[in-house]
Design a protein around this ligand. Sequence first.
Ligand code: PRP
Ligand code: MN
Ligand code: MG
Length: 184
Amino acid sequence: PDQISHDLKSILLTEEQIQAKIRELAAEVEKDYEGRDLLLVGVLKGAIMVMADFARALNRHVEMDWVAYSSYGSGTRSSGVVRILKDLDTDITDRHVLIVEDIVDTGLTLSWLVANLRSRGPASVEICTLLRKPEATRMSVPVKYVGFDIPDEFVVGYGLDYAEKYRNLRCVGTLAPHVYQTSG
Ligand code: PRP
Ligand code: MN
Ligand code: MG
Protein backbone atom coordinates (compact mmCIF):
# COMPACT_ATOMS: atom_id res chain seq x y z
CA PRO A 1 0.00 0.00 0.00
CA ASP A 2 3.01 2.35 0.39
CA GLN A 3 3.91 1.88 -3.28
CA ILE A 4 1.88 4.51 -5.08
CA SER A 5 2.63 2.94 -8.44
CA HIS A 6 0.45 -0.01 -7.34
CA ASP A 7 -2.54 2.30 -7.61
CA LEU A 8 -1.96 2.98 -11.32
CA LYS A 9 -3.98 1.25 -14.00
CA SER A 10 -1.80 2.54 -16.80
CA ILE A 11 1.03 4.95 -17.44
CA LEU A 12 0.03 7.57 -20.00
CA LEU A 13 3.30 9.50 -20.03
CA THR A 14 6.63 8.36 -18.66
CA GLU A 15 9.07 10.58 -16.81
CA GLU A 16 11.30 10.60 -19.91
CA GLN A 17 8.46 11.65 -22.23
CA ILE A 18 7.48 14.46 -19.88
CA GLN A 19 11.02 15.75 -19.46
CA ALA A 20 11.71 15.64 -23.21
CA LYS A 21 8.52 17.61 -23.91
CA ILE A 22 9.37 20.20 -21.26
CA ARG A 23 12.75 20.76 -22.88
CA GLU A 24 10.98 21.26 -26.26
CA LEU A 25 8.52 23.76 -24.80
CA ALA A 26 11.35 25.61 -23.06
CA ALA A 27 13.31 25.92 -26.30
CA GLU A 28 10.24 27.35 -28.03
CA VAL A 29 9.57 29.83 -25.23
CA GLU A 30 13.24 30.88 -25.13
CA LYS A 31 13.04 31.73 -28.82
CA ASP A 32 9.65 33.50 -28.66
CA TYR A 33 10.56 35.67 -25.68
CA GLU A 34 14.07 36.56 -26.75
CA GLY A 35 14.95 40.10 -25.67
CA ARG A 36 11.84 40.41 -23.51
CA ASP A 37 11.46 40.04 -19.77
CA LEU A 38 9.39 37.04 -18.71
CA LEU A 39 7.23 36.38 -15.69
CA LEU A 40 6.08 32.80 -15.20
CA VAL A 41 2.83 32.49 -13.26
CA GLY A 42 2.20 29.05 -11.82
CA VAL A 43 -1.26 27.92 -10.78
CA LEU A 44 -1.11 26.21 -7.41
CA LYS A 45 -0.99 23.43 -6.61
CA GLY A 46 -1.02 21.29 -9.73
CA ALA A 47 1.57 23.32 -11.64
CA ILE A 48 4.38 23.02 -9.10
CA MET A 49 6.18 20.15 -10.85
CA VAL A 50 5.85 21.62 -14.37
CA MET A 51 6.99 25.00 -13.09
CA ALA A 52 10.02 23.55 -11.32
CA ASP A 53 11.21 21.60 -14.37
CA PHE A 54 10.13 24.12 -17.02
CA ALA A 55 11.78 27.09 -15.29
CA ARG A 56 15.04 25.15 -14.90
CA ALA A 57 14.91 24.11 -18.56
CA LEU A 58 14.92 27.77 -19.57
CA ASN A 59 18.44 29.01 -20.11
CA ARG A 60 17.61 32.65 -19.34
CA HIS A 61 16.41 34.95 -16.56
CA VAL A 62 12.81 34.48 -15.47
CA GLU A 63 10.75 35.54 -12.51
CA MET A 64 8.22 33.23 -10.93
CA ASP A 65 5.00 34.07 -9.16
CA TRP A 66 2.01 32.01 -8.11
CA VAL A 67 -1.75 32.21 -7.95
CA ALA A 68 -4.12 29.91 -6.13
CA TYR A 69 -7.83 29.79 -6.60
CA SER A 70 -10.63 27.54 -5.62
CA SER A 71 -12.99 26.49 -8.36
CA TYR A 72 -15.68 25.28 -5.95
CA GLY A 73 -15.38 21.85 -7.45
CA SER A 74 -14.97 18.59 -5.62
CA GLY A 75 -14.03 15.17 -6.90
CA THR A 76 -12.81 14.90 -10.44
CA ARG A 77 -14.50 17.88 -12.16
CA SER A 78 -14.24 21.64 -11.70
CA SER A 79 -17.20 24.00 -11.75
CA GLY A 80 -15.82 27.24 -13.23
CA VAL A 81 -16.90 29.33 -10.24
CA VAL A 82 -13.72 30.99 -9.05
CA ARG A 83 -12.52 32.43 -5.75
CA ILE A 84 -8.96 33.79 -5.39
CA LEU A 85 -7.06 32.20 -2.50
CA LYS A 86 -3.68 33.73 -3.31
CA ASP A 87 -3.16 36.57 -5.76
CA LEU A 88 0.08 37.54 -7.54
CA ASP A 89 2.72 39.34 -5.47
CA THR A 90 3.88 41.02 -8.68
CA ASP A 91 2.52 44.12 -10.44
CA ILE A 92 2.16 42.82 -14.01
CA THR A 93 1.63 46.20 -15.72
CA ASP A 94 3.61 46.10 -19.01
CA ARG A 95 5.00 42.66 -18.13
CA HIS A 96 5.08 39.61 -20.38
CA VAL A 97 3.17 36.95 -18.47
CA LEU A 98 3.25 33.24 -19.20
CA ILE A 99 0.78 31.18 -17.20
CA VAL A 100 2.11 27.71 -16.39
CA GLU A 101 -0.45 24.95 -15.89
CA ASP A 102 -0.33 21.19 -15.48
CA ILE A 103 -3.60 20.55 -17.30
CA VAL A 104 -6.39 22.39 -19.09
CA ASP A 105 -9.52 20.31 -18.71
CA THR A 106 -12.67 22.38 -19.31
CA GLY A 107 -10.60 25.56 -19.49
CA LEU A 108 -13.17 27.33 -17.34
CA THR A 109 -10.88 28.47 -14.55
CA LEU A 110 -8.11 29.35 -16.98
CA SER A 111 -10.29 31.59 -19.17
CA TRP A 112 -11.34 33.37 -16.01
CA LEU A 113 -7.69 33.79 -14.95
CA VAL A 114 -6.61 35.10 -18.35
CA ALA A 115 -9.40 37.70 -18.35
CA ASN A 116 -8.49 38.68 -14.80
CA LEU A 117 -4.78 39.11 -15.61
CA ARG A 118 -5.48 40.96 -18.90
CA SER A 119 -7.49 43.56 -16.98
CA ARG A 120 -4.28 44.55 -15.15
CA GLY A 121 -2.57 45.98 -18.23
CA PRO A 122 0.18 43.44 -18.95
CA ALA A 123 2.23 43.58 -22.17
CA SER A 124 1.06 40.05 -22.99
CA VAL A 125 -0.56 36.99 -21.42
CA GLU A 126 -0.03 33.52 -22.83
CA ILE A 127 -0.60 30.01 -21.54
CA CYS A 128 1.71 27.03 -21.34
CA THR A 129 0.23 23.73 -20.24
CA LEU A 130 1.73 20.28 -20.09
CA LEU A 131 -1.59 18.53 -20.73
CA ARG A 132 -4.78 19.44 -22.53
CA LYS A 133 -8.05 17.55 -22.70
CA PRO A 134 -10.38 17.57 -25.73
CA GLU A 135 -12.99 19.80 -24.13
CA ALA A 136 -10.41 22.59 -23.72
CA THR A 137 -9.91 22.94 -27.47
CA ARG A 138 -13.35 24.61 -27.55
CA MET A 139 -12.09 27.18 -25.08
CA SER A 140 -12.38 30.86 -26.03
CA VAL A 141 -8.84 31.55 -24.79
CA PRO A 142 -6.19 29.99 -27.00
CA VAL A 143 -3.44 27.98 -25.33
CA LYS A 144 -0.17 28.87 -27.04
CA TYR A 145 2.09 26.11 -25.69
CA VAL A 146 0.71 22.58 -25.26
CA GLY A 147 2.77 19.60 -24.22
CA PHE A 148 0.38 16.73 -24.87
CA ASP A 149 -3.22 16.45 -26.01
CA ILE A 150 -4.66 13.59 -23.99
CA PRO A 151 -7.95 11.68 -24.03
CA ASP A 152 -10.79 12.59 -21.69
CA GLU A 153 -9.70 10.32 -18.85
CA PHE A 154 -8.97 11.22 -15.25
CA VAL A 155 -5.19 11.33 -14.83
CA VAL A 156 -2.89 11.80 -11.86
CA GLY A 157 0.80 12.36 -11.23
CA TYR A 158 3.42 15.02 -11.88
CA GLY A 159 1.42 17.59 -9.90
CA LEU A 160 -2.04 16.25 -10.71
CA ASP A 161 -3.93 14.87 -7.74
CA TYR A 162 -6.80 12.67 -6.77
CA ALA A 163 -8.01 13.80 -3.33
CA GLU A 164 -4.64 15.60 -2.91
CA LYS A 165 -2.62 12.43 -3.48
CA TYR A 166 -0.42 11.22 -6.38
CA ARG A 167 1.07 14.68 -7.11
CA ASN A 168 4.54 13.29 -6.35
CA LEU A 169 4.50 10.66 -9.10
CA ARG A 170 7.14 11.32 -11.78
CA CYS A 171 4.86 9.97 -14.51
CA VAL A 172 1.26 10.69 -15.51
CA GLY A 173 -1.19 7.81 -15.38
CA THR A 174 -4.71 6.62 -14.77
CA LEU A 175 -5.86 5.14 -11.49
CA ALA A 176 -6.90 1.55 -10.89
CA PRO A 177 -10.57 1.01 -10.00
CA HIS A 178 -9.75 -0.13 -6.45
CA VAL A 179 -8.55 3.38 -5.64
CA TYR A 180 -12.00 4.81 -6.23
CA GLN A 181 -13.73 1.97 -4.38
CA THR A 182 -11.85 2.09 -1.08
CA SER A 183 -10.77 4.92 1.20
CA GLY A 184 -7.38 5.57 2.83
C1 PRP B 1 -6.91 21.26 -11.72
C2 PRP B 1 -5.74 21.42 -12.67
C3 PRP B 1 -6.05 22.73 -13.37
C4 PRP B 1 -7.56 22.75 -13.41
C5 PRP B 1 -8.05 22.38 -14.77
O1 PRP B 1 -6.67 22.05 -10.60
O2 PRP B 1 -4.52 21.52 -11.96
O3 PRP B 1 -5.57 23.83 -12.62
O4 PRP B 1 -8.01 21.75 -12.47
O5 PRP B 1 -9.47 22.31 -14.80
P1 PRP B 1 -10.35 23.21 -15.76
O6 PRP B 1 -9.64 23.36 -17.07
O7 PRP B 1 -11.61 22.43 -15.90
O8 PRP B 1 -10.54 24.53 -15.10
P2 PRP B 1 -7.52 21.86 -9.25
O9 PRP B 1 -8.66 22.82 -9.26
O10 PRP B 1 -7.84 20.42 -9.06
O11 PRP B 1 -6.52 22.37 -8.11
P3 PRP B 1 -5.04 21.78 -7.84
O12 PRP B 1 -4.16 22.33 -8.91
O13 PRP B 1 -4.69 22.35 -6.50
O14 PRP B 1 -5.14 20.29 -7.83
MN1 MN C 1 -4.65 23.23 -10.73
MG1 MG D 1 -6.74 19.05 -8.26
